[in-house]
Design a protein around this ligand. Structure first.
Ligand SMILES: Cc1ncc(COP(=O)(O)O)c(C=O)c1O
Length: 417
């Protein structure tokens, strides 16, 4: 059999159908052009975008653009060459780490080249065949991949279900008593699809009853949650009880790269055991210098977070008041749930973009249950209350169309631009 035979089989499924439509750059691989801001260009037309994770609006901030550009001019994109451990270290990498650790209230931090790979390596490095991982069902793909690279056993608990978590901890304990291993609980701070928070308050409270360490992927919480923006653990007041925290630069920091924080001993161990960092090039200088600047702004400009939350609250309250089902987000991530087929999802997306100039990302099965359509919105500090009003009006118009059956006999091909 040809190894490529599976391609036809896989691409003829629902997912493949979406990929085919997507190959035109409409639903998947769209191109948003122009400066990264609430209003960008999509296929030549201005759209109000709610799909970009630059929570604090830093992506196109003039001060950030300046520092990035100057660092690129001074250092180029190559320096430092090699992995951190061998030839890829610099004073700037270490300066960032010291500042990040201090900000997060932890003993140490380690700067990483890419978040996804970093997260995988943290899990792989911290666990061996005697250990058990207990993780939230909605965990991000990098956590799933990290576990598949780990030799530890694993148990899943339903999203934020503390009873199930306890049950899994008891099972895990029975295993580790036999193997002599330990337990690592993994959850996220902010769940990036539905906007719920990992219940770090309740999970850390279980430390009184069970022996385990807690690893939190706070990709969407860092810079956004907590009084100072230190993340979801700060929001719940449990920073001292979270053992290892992962934060990416890909969201509130509007860049790429990531870091991990924890006790000095743990971070030191990670530095020598994370395969994706030891065997890959370190973060380039413009991004490292840029990360120092971003962290400075994230800490020194609380007004960015205030703007963000003002937009978030106006959007979420507005959607609720108009009767939209937005689930139960406690973070900026704002899902809007509707019922219908993937075709209806496509029709709504096209109408929003073409008729109302609103760009949102659409999520269908298998990410959400069959028959559910989720429009995922990311408000940012750069959006205005006017942007929110315009969007709410468009959503109402779309809902009226759905109720009136406007889309009932339409096919995507009829309206796709
Ligand atoms: C929850 C979560 N963890 C990890 C990552 C991976 O981070 P990065 O984009 O820096 O590779 C992402 C996506 O960016 C994410 O949403």
């Amino acid at each position: 059999m040809d190894i490529f035979d599976k391609i036809d089989r896989i691409m003829s499924t629902d997912l493949g159908q979406w990929a085919t439509v997507g190959s035109k750059g409409y639903f998947t691989y769209p191109k948003l052009e122009g400066p990264i801001a609430p209003r960008m260009k999509f296929r030549g037309k201005e759209v109000l975008t709610w799909s970009i994770n630059s929570y604090l609006g830093l992506a196109d901030h003039p001060e950030i653009r300046k520092v990035d550009a100057e660092a690129a001019k001074d250092w180029g994109l190559a320096y430092p060459m090699g992995s951190r451990m061998l030839t890829g270290n610099s004073d700037y990498h270490e300066e960032f780490e010291a500042k990040a650790a201090e900000f997060m209230g932890k003993e140490d931090a380690f700067l990483m080249n890419f978040g996804y790979q970093g997260c995988i390596s943290i899990i792989q490095a911290l666990t061996d065949r005697r250990d058990v991982i207990v993780y939230d069902q909605l965990s991000h793909a990098c956590i799933m991949d990290g576990m598949s690279m780990s030799l530890a056993k694993r148990f899943v608990f339903a999203h934020n279900d503390m009873e199930q978590l306890e049950d899994r901890l008891q099972k895990a304990q029975r295993i580790t008593e036999r193997t002599g291993g330990g337990i690592l609980v993994i959850t996220e701070g902010v769940f990036g699809m539905k906007g719920t928070l990992g219940r770090l308050d309740l999970i850390t409270a279980l430390k009184d009853k069970y022996e385990f360490r807690l690893f939190v992927d706070d990709a969407h919480g860092f810079g956004v949650m907590g009084k100072t923006g230190a993340g979801t653990a700060e929001h719940f007041g449990v920073q001292d009880k979270v053992d290892v925290t992962f934060c990416t630069f890909a969201k509130s920091m509007a860049g790429f790269g990531a870091f991990v924080t924890g006790d000095a001993k743990v971070v030191h161990y990670l530095k020598y055991n994370m395969r994706s960092q030891i065997y890959a090039k370190s973060l380039c200088m413009p991004m490292t210098v840029g990360a120092i600047k971003r962290l400075e702004m994230l800490r020194g400009m609380p007004e960015l977070r205030e703007n963000l939350w003002n937009v978030v609250n106006t959007l979420q309250n507005g959607l609720r008041e108009r009767g939209f089902d937005i689930g139960n987000p406690q973070s900026p991530v704002t899902p809007v749930f509707m019922q219908g087929s993937p075709v209806l999802a496509g029709l709504i997306t096209v109408e929003l973009r073409e008729k109302y100039g609103i760009f949102v990302s659409i999520v269908t099965y298998p990410v959400v249950e069959k028959g559910v359509i989720m429009l995922r919105m990311i408000p940012t500090a750069a959006h205005t209350i006017e942007d929110v009003k315009e969007t709410l009006d468009a959503f109402e118009a779309i809902r009226t169309n759905i109720e009136n059956g406007t889309y009932d006999n339409m096919e995507l091909s009829m309206i796709q631009a």
